[in-house]
Design a protein around this ligand. Structure first.
Ligand code: AMP
Length: 440
């Protein structure tokens, strides 16, 4: 088995690894660390939960330590960009845990909080700056930060940054960072746009890929319950009450839907919180802290708010509503079964969501086990399309809808069963990898 010692990290970093309780490097760490230490540009196809923060963070810190040069006022030696405030904070926290025995400094800047404190903090310069693109450009425009000295650029969750419309911000930022930098790009999926981004900003990159199957997905038992939308609230309540010791993330499609559901659960005596775009940064941070510390055991979330956050011990991920983009399902269920634990991913699918459900199965190449309810016919999805809901009836104008030649995050082939056949109710379903049956 490969160990951290053999990857070429310096002794100081090895003790940080031990302090963090990491026994052995994860697959992405095994592949990426030696290449980054070697100075190579890298394109990493990996989800959150695979240990990718340490995969780029440890060698980046090692390289910074090798070179005693300090950043000048307002300068930074390395820049890490991530799509959401939560992810930025999480990356910074992770890096700080690796830096304990070093003189290196980390600063993080995110939107939604006062900019003045950030300007002050950056005035002395830093070694590593972790930022969301929007706030970083605000700071650039205010001449509060000088990116010209950054010789390392990390783009984390690049696909999500593109989804959130950060492409122009990324282009502008990449133009401000030193030309002879080392660039590392991580993405959970590799759509065409990401390849284009990589071609523009990476020099002769090494490509490393880890199938999430070994670390995350294999440990997740996926199941689906078919029911009407109106039945979902009571169903969820019953499930949550049956698992009082579980730690659950519940995904909704809209901010209002998430808030409504959180209130319903709270009124029924479930200790629940919510994170979505209408919550302030402080409220979001508190909700995540509450879940981590056990003050609540259910967090209702929308995709953007929850993307990338690492909450150890999440036992259940409920897809209360299926995501509009099939790839978001992969991100959602990646919140459970972290660091080798088991997890349950339970989808609640209304008839009008059947098209979205089929897109998810096609993308992941797995027949999700049907535990209760009857599989609605594909024609049920038409109601959704007619109501302007998009999704089910749509013909492939989004990234998740069966892109020809598209990447399958689980590295498996799509089932050869055709969708129409599989939509017949009562057709016996293949159980996935002996996953346990999840009583309704
Ligand atoms: P990440 O994909 O970077 O969000 O990491 C997911 C979780 O795995 C975090 O809680 C990390 O602290 C943890 N982790 C990262 N590398 C290792 C490792 N080699 N051994 C055990 N846990 C790890």
């Amino acid at each position: 088995m490969t160990d951290f010692q053999s990857l070429g990290l310096s002794d100081g970093l090895l003790s940080a690894v031990i302090d963090n309780g990491y026994d052995a490097p994860t697959p992405i760490q095994q592949k990426a660390i030696p290449l980054i230490l070697d100075g190579r540009d890298l394109m990493g196809l990996a989800q959150t939960g695979t240990g990718k923060t340490a995969a780029f963070g440890l060698p980046l810190i090692d390289r910074l330590l090798e070179d005693a040069e300090r950043a000048g006022p307002k300068g930074t030696r390395a820049l890490i960009l991530a799509p959401t405030r939560e992810l930025v904070n999480q990356i910074a926290k992770n890096l700080i845990s690796f830096l304990k025995h070093t003189p290196l400094r980390v600063a993080s800047v995110v939107g939604g909080v006062s900019i003045n404190g950030q300007i002050k903090r950056l005035s002395k310069g830093t070694d590593i700056l972790v930022a969301t693109p929007g706030r970083l450009l605000d700071l650039v425009d205010r001449k509060a930060v000088d990116l010209g000295t950054a010789s390392y650029l990390v783009l984390d969750e690049a696909d999500q940054m593109l989804d959130l419309g950060f492409i122009h911000a990324l282009r502008r930022i990449a133009g401000l960072v030193a030309d002879d930098r080392q660039t590392l790009l991580f993405s959970a999926t590799m759509p065409k746009q990401i390849n284009e981004l990589a071609r523009s900003y990476l020099r002769n990159p090494e490509r490393v890929e880890v199938s999430p199957a070994g670390r995350t997905a294999d440990k997740v038992t996926q199941s689906v319950h078919f029911m009407d939308q109106t039945e979902k609230g009571d169903f969820l309540l019953k499930k949550l009450k049956a698992e009082p010791d579980g730690l659950s993330l519940v995904f909704c499609r809209t901010k209002h839907g998430a808030e409504r559901l959180m209130r319903k659960l709270s009124q029924a005596g479930i200790a629940a919180g919510s994170i979505h775009g209408n919550k302030s940064q402080n409220q979001r941070d508190k909700a995540i802290r509450d879940l981590r510390e056990g003050a609540i055991n259910v967090l209702v979330a929308t995709d953007v708010a929850a993307r990338g956050i690492d909450i150890p011990g999440v036992s259940h991920v409920y897809n209360f509503e299926l995501p509009e983009v099939a790839e978001a399902y992969v991100h959602r269920i990646g919140r459970t079964a972290r660091a080798g634990a088991d997890g349950d991913a339970i989808a609640l699918c209304a008839p009008e969501e059947i098209g979205l459900f089929r897109q998810i199965e096609k993308l992941i190449g797995v027949d999700i086990e049907v535990v209760s309810g009857e599989i609605p016919p594909m024609s049920a999805a038409a109601g959704r399309a007619k109501r302007g809901g998009g999704g089910g009836g749509r013909g492939g104008n989004n990234r998740g809808s069966g892109r020809p030649g598209g990447k399958k995050p689980f590295g498996k082939q799509a089932s050869s069963g055709d969708n129409d056949n599989r939509s017949q109710a009562k057709r016996p379903r293949r159980r996935r990898q002996g996953g346990r049956r999840d009583a309704a």
